[in-house]
Ligand binder design. Structure first.
Ligand SMILES: [Zn+2]
Length: 403
């Protein structure tokens, strides 16, 4: 059986996987400055025996293993990280990549360079096993996820016409099997008033007071949002994240206000619904002369390309009895003789574009804990890396056995 050989190989490659992760951590790569890290990953993919290795227009790296022509199964890791925050809060240098006592240390260890390292090992295992099954197995190392989740995949699918049939996100799941998460969007509200001299405020119309009423209306709207039908994703939320008020001087009634909102979307909620809700809430609170809209992401990639999208990240989930989820369960049980925990992420992933926008099934399985993401002293477990490498290599076999 493949399972036994896969487990043996994942164990034999345990140090290789941890060392690769250490190397990747040591080359910093934040959103839009991933170039050096991508070039390192390209060398690691070549060494692992991948073919058709290429870098796309937005700077993401792709590589393939096995036969061509079948349905595309893609393993995805975003390889940018967030910044390090306050360096004083790190016990080790943030990019140390130290491997010690079964842990790998450094920014991105869990979110989510560990997934990338396990993917490279899985490719090497599939190469060793001379995998020639019915799936075209691809590995994607994608850019700019932390700044604008899913942008890299919207680009791959819509512009490069690289359209997968199935995608595994290797974001941290603590080796649980995930099948969805809430979507999100950013909402901007602009409100106008009429300025006048501060000594006679009754002559004007204060944008500050309108903004205050609007903020309280949004607080109330948040309490009225409902969970999804089966309560898998839970309820959507909205919160005001910024308020700015401007006027002609410190001694004037302000004539402009801006509120910025973070909206998390559950199943059945989309951008149009969320904007209409905010408009209705403001009207009900007596706020007038306002505009509600979604801002755009329009920053250049390290390649120089500017690929824009609105700050909307659609909700996604696939059913627990979906072929892809069941295949994941089969792969897990075949390797580890136990039932995996099937659950969801709290945060957002590239799944927003792949499954949320494009309805391509996604599951999640990754090393490390979601709670490590964006935190100081980030670590991941070498045990998880080994387990994930085995799971990724076993999945195409499990999918074939089930279809
Ligand atoms: Zn991540």
């Amino acid at each position: 059986m493949e399972q036994k050989r896969i487990l043996e190989k994942a164990k034999a490659y345990r140090d290789y996987t941890a060392e690769n992760l250490s190397k990747i951590i040591q080359v910093p790569g934040f959103s839009r400055t991933e170039k050096e890290r991508v070039l390192l990953l390209k060398r690691l993919c070549e060494e692992a025996g991948m073919e058709d290795i290429r870098i796309d227009g937005l700077g993401s790296l792709l590589g393939r293993i096995g036969a061509k022509g079948g349905k595309k199964l893609v393993f995805d890791a975003h390889i940018d990280t967030v910044g390090v925050g306050d360096p004083a809060q790190w016990k080790l240098p943030p990019h140390s990549g130290l491997v010690k006592d079964g842990l790998v240390h450094g920014r991105g260890a869990s979110d989510q360079l560990g997934g990338a390292a396990s993917m490279i090992t899985a490719a090497r295992i599939l190469k060793d096993l001379a995998y020639k099954g019915g799936y075209e197995v691809w590995f994607s190392f994608t850019a700019i996820e932390e700044d604008c989740d899913g942008l890299c995949w919207k680009y791959l699918i819509e512009e490069e016409k690289f359209v997968p049939d199935f995608v595994v996100s290797t974001e941290p799941t603590s080796c649980r099997l995930y099948r969805g998460h809430r979507g999100r969007m950013e909402i901007q509200i602009e409100i106008r008033g009429v300025s006048c001299h501060g000594s006679a405020p009754e002559r004007g119309e204060s944008a500050a007071y309108k903004a205050a009423r609007a903020a309280l209306a949004i607080e109330k709207l948040n309490t009225e949002l409902k969970p999804d039908d089966d309560n898998f994703l839970g309820k959507g939320t909205i919160t005001v994240s910024q308020i700015k008020v401007h006027g002609p001087s410190q001694c004037a009634v302000p004539d402009q206000a801006m509120l910025y909102c973070d909206r998390r979307l559950t199943w059945g909620e989309d951008d149009k619904l969320a904007i209409a809700q905010v408009e209705r809430a403001l009207e009900a609170a007596g706020v007038d002369k306002f505009k509600v809209f979604m801002p755009e992401y329009a920053e250049p990639a390290y390649t120089g390309l500017v690929y824009k999208q609105e700050l909307y990240f659609p909700t996604w989930k696939i059913p627990a009895d979906h072929f892809f989820v069941r295949s994941g369960v089969d792969a897990y049980k075949g390797l580890f003789a136990a039932e995996p925990v099937v659950d969801k992420w709290t945060f957002s992933t590239n799944g927003v574009a792949i499954c949320g926008r494009h309805k391509i099934p996604v599951i999640g399985f990754g090393p490390g804990d979601e709670s490590q993401a964006h935190a100081p002293n980030e670590i991941t477990r070498v045990d998880d890396l080994e387990k994930c490498a085995a799971f990724y290599a076993a999945l195409p076999y499990a999918m074939e056995a089930r279809s």
